[in-house]
Write a protein that binds this ligand. Structure first.
Ligand code: ZN
Length: 373
């Protein structure tokens, strides 16, 4: 498929707005008789797995004439039911219209009066490469080195008392946006080999809110550790890693990470820990972004977890640093690419990954190999 290139200058002047893919319309939901731990056991190529529920490319699913699962089906686990609800929600006009009319669409992060997501946190410093470039940022966790094959993603939705409550409809919206975010990434994978294996934990706390400080770990610790305790894990970022490692073992995947979504006060509305590995999103992001941006924010932070750097101007990026498992340079960084670079989720609110970010997250190479930089 030929890829159209859009320049940032064009979008900044709003000369035209490229259409974003309608991902849900190219997908179908099916129910397996038994859980499928590996892709070989599945009847079709999967995009998402929620227990026995598989969301697969639409045409492949139709070819296999599977039973279509409706949102009202009984006998599903909570994760399975929420996965099905999310799929049908993504197919609704309301979801599509909210996506297409979001005010920050095609706006570069940190521009137009809107705050950028926070830079990635934690992680081991990358070794110095031998090619004269300098390593920057942090190395991905051993659980998230490459966005390839089977990936487990735990979603922990942390509801609190009073105004911190996340209502059922908001829960559904969050799960749908996380599903859409994973579909954005899967659709960008050149080899089409990424499968997201989901686990969902709505958690209800009576803990009151506390004032956010500058310290990410100290600010998230009270509600994060209380949520971890409710799902049987110890606290601290070590507890998050223990959950992620356990999730990977239980779902039988090669890679794993997790996401917390909450209304508790945060240091920032969107950030990722490289060494959790986990990301944190405000259920109501604010700062110029809405709930309809949660899918792009989730996908952006996931790219960080798998090793991708920011590319927007105010991130301070430069083209001489290398990132990710391939040690690829940051060649779509707005500060050094002559035309401002091409549209990419790492510098703009858009459901698209540039070829450089595709390498940074460690996607499998396309059949013909990566295009020359
Ligand atoms: Zn970022």
């Amino acid at each position: 498929m030929a890829r159209q290139r859009f320049s940032v200058a064009q979008t900044a002047e709003a000369l035209f707005a490229p259409e974003e893919p309608d991902l849900a319309n190219a997908e179908a939901v099916i129910l397996l008789e038994t859980p499928a731990p590996g892709i070989a056991a599945a009847p079709t190529r999967a995009i998402h797995r929620y227990g026995r529920v598989v969301i697969a490319p639409g045409s492949a699913a139709r070819d296999n004439a599977p039973p279509v699962v409706s949102a009202g089906d009984a006998g599903l686990t909570l994760t399975e039911r929420m996965g099905v609800h999310a799929f049908w929600r993504r197919r609704s006009d309301a979801f599509r219209i909210a996506s297409q009319s979001r005010a920050g669409r095609f706006v570069a992060w940190g521009s137009g009066g809107r705050v950028a997501p926070a830079p990635p946190l934690g992680g081991a410093t990358a070794p110095q490469p031998s090619n004269g470039l300098s390593a920057a940022g942090a190395m991905p966790s051993p659980t998230s080195e490459r966005l390839q094959g089977e990936v487990a993603v735990g979603l922990i939705i942390v509801s609190g008392p009073g105004h911190l409550a996340i209502l059922p409809d908001e829960m559904d919206e969050i799960v749908a946006r996380m599903q859409e975010g994973c579909s954005i990434l899967q659709a960008a994978a050149p080899a089409g080999d990424v499968v997201f294996n989901h686990e969902i934990h709505p958690v209800y706390l009576s803990l009151p809110d506390a004032r956010a400080t500058q310290d990410h770990d100290a600010t998230e610790a009270p509600w994060r550790d209380a949520a971890l305790a409710q799902i049987g894990q110890r606290g601290g970022r070590a507890g998050v890693l223990a959950y992620v490692t356990d999730l990977r073992r239980r779902l039988g995947t090669r890679w794993a990470y997790c996401a917390f979504v909450t209304k508790y006060s945060l240091t920032h509305f969107a950030y990722a820990w490289m060494d959790g590995p986990h990301l944190v999103l405000a259920a109501e992001p604010g700062h110029g972004w809405s709930q309809a941006d949660l899918d792009v924010l989730f996908a952006h932070e996931t790219c960080h977890i798998f090793g991708a750097p920011d590319e927007y101007k105010s991130s301070g990026c430069n083209c001489g640093t290398t990132h990710g498992v391939y040690g690829h340079a940051n060649l779509n960084c707005q500060n050094c690419v002559p035309n401002g670079g091409e549209l990419c989720i790492m510098h703009t609110n858009v459901k698209r990954l540039c070829d450089h970010t595709k390498r940074h997250v460690g996607f499998s190479a396309p059949p013909g190999g990566w295009p020359s930089a």
